[in-house]
Design a protein around this ligand. Structure first.
Ligand SMILES: [Zn+2]
Length: 143
C-alpha cells in the first residue's frame, strides 16, 4: 500500500531517537514484543523505557504471542487519509494479556466479531529517513 510519511505515527523511532527502536526491528522479524522492567518485572504495553510501577528505567524485551483475539473494533469508511484504502478496521486486540491498538488487514467488517482470533501480520510502511525498513503492528483474522 502507498504510505505518506506526513501521517507517520512513529516518525522518530530509529536508534538515535529512541531506545525503544528494537521494537520495530523485532516486528520486522515477525515478532511482536514489548518491555519488561528489569527491576520489578512488570510487562508493559506499549513498550516503555520508564516503569510507572517502580520508576526503574532498565528493561528487557519479551515476545508476545503471534495470535490474539479481538477485544473491540471500529470501522472507518470515510475520511480516510490519502493512500489508505477503505474501509479501515481499527481494533483492540488482546495478545498475551496486553491490549494492543492496531489495524486489522483483510478483515470483512460484516463478518468480524468480538472474540475473533487474529494473527500478527506486520505491515511494511515507508522507510525511515535513513532508509531503514519500518513496520507497524497489524493483525489478520485467522480461519
Ligand atoms: Zn518496574
Amino acid at each position: 500500500m502507498s504510505y505518506f510519511r506526513a501521517l507517520d505515527p512513529f516518525p522518530l523511532e530509529s536508534a538515535e531517537f529512541s531506545k525503544l527502536h528494537e521494537f520495530y526491528t523485532r516486528l520486522g522479524q515477525g515478532r511482536l514484543s514489548t518491555t519488561r522492567c528489569a527491576r520489578c518485572g512488570r510487562v508493559a504495553w506499549p513498550p516503555r523505557g520508564f516503569c510507572p510501577e517502580c520508576a526503574g528505567d532498565e528493561f528487557g524485551w519479551v515476545d508476545l504471542p503471534s495470535e490474539g483475539t479481538v477485544h473491540a473494533f471500529t470501522v472507518q469508511e470515510t475520511g480516510l487519509p490519502a493512500g489508505f484504502a477503505g474501509p479501515r478496521v481499527f481494533a483492540v486486540v488482546t495478545v498475551g494479556g496486553q491490549r494492543v491498538f492496531t489495524v486489522l488487514l483483510d478483515a470483512d467488517p460484516a463478518r468480524l466479531a468480538i472474540g475473533q482470533r487474529v494473527r500478527l501480520t506486520p505491515l511494511a510502511v515507508a522507510d525511515d529517513p535513513q532508509g531503514n525498513p519500518r513496520w507497524l503492528p497489524a493483525f489478520t483474522p485467522s480461519a
